[in-house]
Write a new protein. Structure first.
Length: 318
């Protein structure tokens, strides 16, 4: 198992990658220049699954198997735990007083970092000072299960006021202003948390098998990686559309070219690059980094941009 955060620089992007036993996960893309590959953090983490960049250019990491949210300062190389501890649980609080259970997806908002607390079926907010508060889902039931050393019994699919809403293994997050999109993986659904109204609703309730990645695109588009059908989909105007892949649980592989003919194998994290209308895809099952060019148009094409297709650490590119 690989516990590392790595950096790949190309002419137009910098991808922070959390490598683990199942392959590489793309977590953030930002402008950069030369082509190099380097490790910026190689210890203290256990199955990191997501990264977000704070307004102060700190890397916020969901340290999933350690049940923590951690911060890495690339300027000073300082590594600190913002919230949580290695002990799984369900508690709000400050720093190590708070508890998570296998946190995954992250997205930043002015107030702090929103976290998909996957094992607790909760959505949490972590301020940049490390204070944790539950903003969606039933914390009391999750905590009750924690006290009994059992599994949280607060899973389900319930809309309405955020603290009364229920999720089942929420994983990935994306934001469009004050609208927080949630890949509710256990329910095979896409949910919406409106931070202004405090209400949760369901945007997609069918047509997905295992949604694992989200990315907000242009003009209100929402891109979804459906690892269960080895495909990339798009929510546009309330309609779920196939972008790339075959949308079939038995039809996976590795093929570039026109998006209608392309094949993936368990794609997971995705990131939309608005400047070039590209969707970067971590093709986890193929251990590859792929890109869908002109993704918002009918002429979308798929290409491979990084790695050799062999599981393990990413190798230098360029």
């Amino acid at each position: 198992m690989f516990h590392t955060i790595a950096t790949f620089r190309s002419r137009s992007s910098r991808c922070f990658v959390a490598a683990c036993a199942l392959g590489a996960a793309l977590l953030m893309v930002r402008p950069a220049a030369a082509q190099t590959f380097s490790t910026v953090l190689s210890s203290n983490l256990f199955q990191p699954t997501a990264v977000a960049v704070s307004p102060l250019n700190r890397y916020i990491i969901s340290d999933t198997a350690n049940n923590r949210i951690v911060e890495f300062n690339p300027d000073s190389s300082a590594f600190v735990v913002l919230a949580g501890s290695e002990e799984a649980g369900a508690r709000d609080g400050i720093g190590s007083e708070a508890a998570f259970r296998s946190p995954q997806g992250l997205v930043t908002v002015p107030e702090g970092i929103i976290v998909a607390d996957t094992g607790n079926n909760l959505i949490r907010l972590v301020t940049y000072q490390g204070a944790v508060v539950t903003i969606a889902g039933d914390l009391a039931l999750a905590h009750e299960a924690d006290e009994l050393a059992g599994n949280p019994q607060n899973g389900g699919l319930v809309n309405g006021p955020a603290l009364s809403a229920r999720f089942r293994n929420p994983s990935a997050l994306a934001a469009d202003g004050r609208r927080i999109y949630i890949a509710d993986s256990g329910n095979r659904a896409i949910r919406l948390l409106d931070l202004d109204t405090g209400l949760v609703s369901t945007l997609v309730a069918s047509g997905l098998v295992q949604p694992t990645g989200l990315a907000a695109g242009q003009n209100g588009d929402l891109y979804i990686s459906d690892a269960g059908t080895h495909s990339i989909k798009r929510l546009r105007g309330g309609q779920l559309q196939l972008v790339a892949g075959r949308d079939n649980v038995f039809d996976s592989g590795l093929r570039n070219g026109a998006s209608a003919n392309a094949l993936f194998r368990s794609p997971r994290s995705i990131y939309y690059r608005e400047a070039k209308d590209e969707l970067v895809v971590v093709d986890s099952g193929n251990a590859l980094l792929r890109v869908i060019q002109n993704v918002s148009s009918p002429d979308a094409r798929v290409d491979t941009v990084a790695n050799s297709g062999t599981a393990g650490y990413l190798s230098p590119v360029g």
